[in-house]
Each structure stands twice: as C-alpha cells, then as structure tokens.
Design a protein around this ligand. Structure first.
Ligand code: FAD
Length: 286
C-alpha cells in the first residue's frame, strides 16, 4: 500500500522504530514489532544509519518483518554518505522485499566522515528515486527550521525544492509546542507546498531522553514541558505517565486542528505506543 493513498482516505497514524545497535537485541525488536503491529498503525517506518554508526543492515530485515505482520513498512534512506551504487543496492533489496515506501533523507553531516556527495540534498535523492522505480516518497521537514538553514524562510524555500522534486508527503521533526507546527503549516501553504504533513510526536518518558532533549534536540522546550520534566525527573513511573499525557495532549490539539497525520517516535517502546494509541484512536478517526 502506498502511503499517499492512505492520506487520501483518513488522518494517518504511524510509528517509527530504530534497529538495535547490536544483533543480540534483534529478538527484542521483533517482539516489540509484534506488540506495535497489534495496534494497527497505518505504517511503521524504520530508521537507517547515515553511515559510520548504527546497524543499517538490520533496517531492511525489520522492514520485511513489518510487512510480514500485515503492516505497511516505510524504509528511511539517508544518502549523504552513500554512493549511487550503494543506494541502488539498497533499492534492489527493498524492491525484493516488496517495500514501496521510502523516506528520502540527506542524513546528518558527520564531522568524522567525508561526505560522498553523489547526493548533496534529500531533493537529489528524490529526483533519483523518481527515475528508479514506482516508490511512494516521503521527506523530512522542520517546523522550527533545520539547523543548517539561517532562517525558517530559507529552509521552507528549500523544502519547496524537495516537494517539487517529487516528495508525496512530509514528516516533521519532533516538536513540543504545537504553535510552531501551525505557523509552519501556514508558511508552507503560502509557499505552495500542498502535500500532506504528518506531525512527528516524541513522548519523553525517561530521564535519559530529557537529557538528550536538552543537549542535542533543536526543538524549543515550552515552560509547561520543562516544569513537568523537572517535577518528575526522579520518579520514573510518574515521569513516564506525565510524558505520555503530554504527548496525548499535543495529539488531541493537533487532531482538533485537522492535522494530516501523527507520526509517533516510539523509541521502540510498545507500552508507551499502546497507551497513546488507546487514548487517541477515536479522536483521530473522527
Ligand atoms: P535536506 O532536505 O537535504 O536538508 C538539509 C539542509 O539543506 C536544510 O538546511 C535545507 O534547508 C538545505 N537544503 C535542502 N535542499 C536544498 C537544496 N536543494 N539547495 C540548498 N539547500 C538545501 N537521519 C538518519 O541518518 N537516518 C534516519 O533514519 C533519519 N530519519 C529521520 C526521520 C525524520 C522524520 C526526520 C525529520 C529526520 C530524520 N533523520 C534521519 C535526520 C535527518 O537526516 C537530518 O535532519 C539531516 O540533517 C537533514 O536531512 P534532510 O533529509 O531533511 O536534508
């Protein structure tokens, strides 16, 4: 099933998983996929290492497993550190597994790796994918602007290039303040970007995640989010429940404002995905 056809029918609700860093954890992710599959998301996407670290070989296996469970997989495909030949190889493997949905990405620039630059931007990969087969193509977008762009306006100019190259729909970077998303949606519409935009929601449910948010994530942390994290950071269960509640609140507000879709960054946590799904399924379907 092509994801663009799902958007034509309903508000999309999807999950994202990542391959474990080592093969010993493979059983754990397969078990997680069983649980996530039971929640019947519209698709599950699988991250792919941009090169240098991570376990990209497993991404295809995981995507195939998702498909076996009757759920549509989306394979992330970063291009900056890969040659055309390597991308071709991955596409052939993907086709052989029946994968027809790709999230085309540049990948983060790693200071320890000299980029291959067969593809400089995600839009170059999208142009290439259009020639390579009949894939449904998603792209990434950034409600608060990509850190490489000087301004949000400049980033949206570049996003238009990505969409014009053939991105069928977009998935946002995580954000904790819906107002950024609404402003972004207005600005993209004004630029003539008319493809569906799924909102990326990350439930923050443990202390490690909070620390990562504060140091590496470019997303603004609204006062109410910071207060919750400060209050519960030393009480794991309360923090988990508060993080779930925060994500549910964001989703309810987005649904009320006619969002095209919700993409849940599950962090491979099926318990959290279940709690959120149970709370919002009826709200999203209405
Ligand atoms: P691009 O679209 O190429 O944009 C990067 C920068 O270049 C931006 O500043 C943009 O404005 C500018 N730009 C874009 N096109 C042009 C152009 N034609 N001319 C001039 N400037 C241009 N990374 C991974 O490694 N693996 C993953 O699985 C992964 N999954 C992700 C999933 C989502 C939903 C998101 C939001 C991000 C994901 N990332 C992943 C991270 C992503 O690779 C990084 O954010 C990366 O820095 C940018 O990727 P991009 O595809 O948005 O790049």
């Amino acid at each position: 099933m092509k994801i663009k056809d799902i958007f034509a029918k309903k508000t999309v609700f999807s999950f994202e998983v990542f391959p474990p860093k080592n093969n010993s954890a493979i059983d754990v992710i397969y078990h997680t996929l069983d649980d996530l599959g039971d929640l019947k998301p519209d698709f599950i996407s699988v991250t792919f290492s941009a090169g240098g670290s991570g376990n990209s070989g497993l991404a295809l296996d995981i995507a195939a497993k998702i498909r076996e469970k009757g759920i549509t997989p989306v394979l992330h495909l970063p291009c900056i550190n890969y040659t055309k030949e390597q991308i071709d190889e991955t596409l052939e493997l993907a086709k052989a597994q029946g994968i027809e949905n790709i999230l085309a990405l540049r990948g983060d620039i790693n200071p320890d790796i000299t980029p291959v630059e067969d593809f400089k931007h995600a839009s170059d990969l999208i142009t290439y994918l259009k020639r390579k087969g009949n894939f449904d193509i998603a792209g990434a977008c950034y409600p608060e602007g990509h850190p490489d762009s000087d301004t949000l306006e400049e980033d949206i100019e570049n996003l238009k290039i990505k969409v014009d190259a053939g991105a069928d729909h977009l998935i946002t970077q995580l954000f904790f303040d819906n107002e950024y998303f609404y402003k972004f949606r207005e600005m993209t519409a004004a630029k003539g970007i008319n493809v569906p935009i799924e909102a990326g929601i990350m439930p923050v449910v443990n202390k490690k995640q909070i620390e990562r948010m504060v140091t590496t994530c470019g997303a603004s942390l609204p006062r109410k989010f910071v207060k919750i994290m400060q209050k519960y950071e030393n009480n794991p269960e309360a923090l988990r429940d508060a993080g779930i509640a925060y994500a549910i609140n964001q989703i309810v507000d987005l649904a009320a404002n006619d969002v095209d879709g919700i993409h849940l960054y599950t962090m491979n946590n099926a318990y959290v995905a279940r709690k959120i799904s149970e709370a919002v399924t009826g709200i999203i379907e209405v």
